[in-house]
Design a protein around this ligand. Structure first.
Ligand SMILES: NC(=O)N[C@@H](CC(=O)O)C(=O)O
Ligand SMILES: [Zn+2]
Ligand SMILES: [Zn+2]
Length: 432
């Protein structure tokens, strides 16, 4: 017996079209105007949007080592609630994902307890200390899909160049957290209007852009696929745009919070507005929107970075950087970028499905007959307030509390298995 998702709307060349979808086993077996076949479970998706499960190439699941912040079980449950079926997890765990054993542990846990598919990223350097390259061949063999020292920048140009050479020989993208430590020196927010007003140490834009520029040159020299993490400055966007025009293999991701907020929007010294890179200026935010629009920035990721309430309660200077994002990403983007007319629904969905799949050469991100039944069903009508108490994530650290949003995922399917289902999506039973 399969499942028929009936009467939902799918995106076809930018238009919403009503279709029935038959899911059998782990795959989509048929998409048609109407599927009347008897003997299947029927789920009524009337009026709902049906999209491929979202792919998030930048998530912190925190396990092993930081289970008070998040676990593979809670982080992937959070993903499922947000309509994500595939998440790439960053290696800044304890231990760092720098050995095949840790890769295997994560894959095993994800298989046993996960509500989303987990793709581990391996570290570039041992313990992310920037001193010695990891055994990338062994990491790849164990299942990593890319390498990254996310959480810190690779300070040495020589180390980064060597990393690119090895990664390229193995076909692994180099995913870079771009941050020059010598320019950061204890900053906690963007160096700009907010830092000045509150007398806080700022993080200048060049701290990021310098690495982007350096790494583009290194990618050009080595032929590496270089991917810029959480891009946040106008200068970084310009550098990526120019590099793409010259044919360098560079791709980039941006987070919803950088697209929707700037430092002027921070109401006060609240650690829920503290993340790395920080919320930049109004001009930077405009450059990110433009970069996403024109394809300079390829994809949207959350950089879901849960921390405990105790950690985030230490004040803006002492609290760790990071905010959660999986459960609010699509509603934020839909309400603030699609309903406002700045982006089309197709543009936003593509940057969360098809594009990350293409960039990282993954076989998911499309809703097609014969493909994996990774599906998100989304209610575009009901407005709800963001309430962190309802999150499946252990993290409550979000600046979006109380925002009134539409576009909430109500059902998520991973390889044909329902991994999140809002009450309103209860099955009507088998069709006779
Ligand atoms: N983005 C953040 O503010 N924090 C991330 C690290 C990172 O993504 O660089 C974390 O691990 O908490
Ligand atoms: Zn980072
Ligand atoms: Zn991160």
């Amino acid at each position: 017996m399969g499942t028929i998702l009936c009467n939902g709307q799918i995106l076809v060349d930018g238009k919403l079209v009503k279709k029935d979808i038959l899911i059998e086993g782990t795959n989509v077996s048929r998409i048609a105007d109407s599927i009347e076949e008897a003997g299947h479970e029927v789920l009524d998706a009337a009026g709902k949007l049906i999209v491929p499960g979202f792919i998030d190439m930048h998530v912190h699941l925190r396990e092993p080592g930081f289970e008070a912040k998040e676990t593979i079980a809670t982080g992937t449950a959070s993903a499922a609630r947000g309509g994500f079926t595939t998440v790439a997890c960053m290696p800044n765990t304890r231990p760092v994902i720098d050995t095949p054993e840790t890769v295997r542990l994560i894959l095993q846990k994800a298989k046993e307890e996960g509500s989303a598919r987990v793709l581990p990223m391996g570290a570039i350097t041992v313990r992310e200390l920037g001193q010695e390259l990891t055994d990338m061949a062994a990491l790849k063999e164990a299942g990593v899909i890319a390498v990254s020292d996310d959480g810190v920048g690779v300070q040495s140009s020589k180390m980064m160049k060597d990393a690119m050479k090895v990664a390229t020989s193995l076909g692994l993208p180099v995913v870079a957290h771009c941050e020059d430590d010598s320019l950061v020196e204890g900053g906690c927010v963007h160096e700009g209007v907010f830092s000045e007003k509150h007398g806080l140490k700022g993080i200048p834009s060049e701290a990021e852009s310098i690495h982007v520029g350096r790494d583009i040159l290194l990618a050009e020299a080595t032929g590496a696929h270089y991917h810029v993490c959480h891009i946040s400055t106008a200068e970084s966007v310009r550098l990526v745009r120019e590099a793409k025009q010259r044919g360098v293999r560079v791709t980039a991701e941006v987070c919803p919070h950088h697209l929707l907020l700037c430092d002027e929007d921070i109401p006060g010294p609240d650690a829920n507005y503290k993340m790395n890179p920080p919320l930049r200026s109004r001009r930077d935010r405009q450059a990110l929107l433009q970069g996403l629009k024109d394809g300079t920035i390829d994809m949207i990721v959350t950089d879901h970075a849960p921390h405990t309430a105790e950690e985030k309660g230490r004040g803006i200077e002492l609290a760790p950087f990071g905010i959660v994002g999986l459960e609010t990403a699509f509603p934020l983007l839909y309400t603030k970028l699609v309903l406002t007319g700045e982006f089309t629904l197709q543009e936003i969905v593509d940057r969360m499905t098809r594009v990350p799949a293409e960039v990282f050469n993954l076989p998911w991100g499309a809703l097609e007959e014969g493909k994996s039944a990774d599906i998100a069903v989304i209610d575009l009508e009901t407005e709800k307030e963001v309430n962190p108490e309802t999150f499946a994530s252990k993290g409550r650290n979000t600046p979006f509390t109380g925002w009134k949003l539409k576009g909430w995922p109500v059902l998520t399917m991973l390889e044909g298995r329902i991994v999140w289902q809002a009450e309103e999506m209860n099955s009507e039973g088998a069709r006779q």
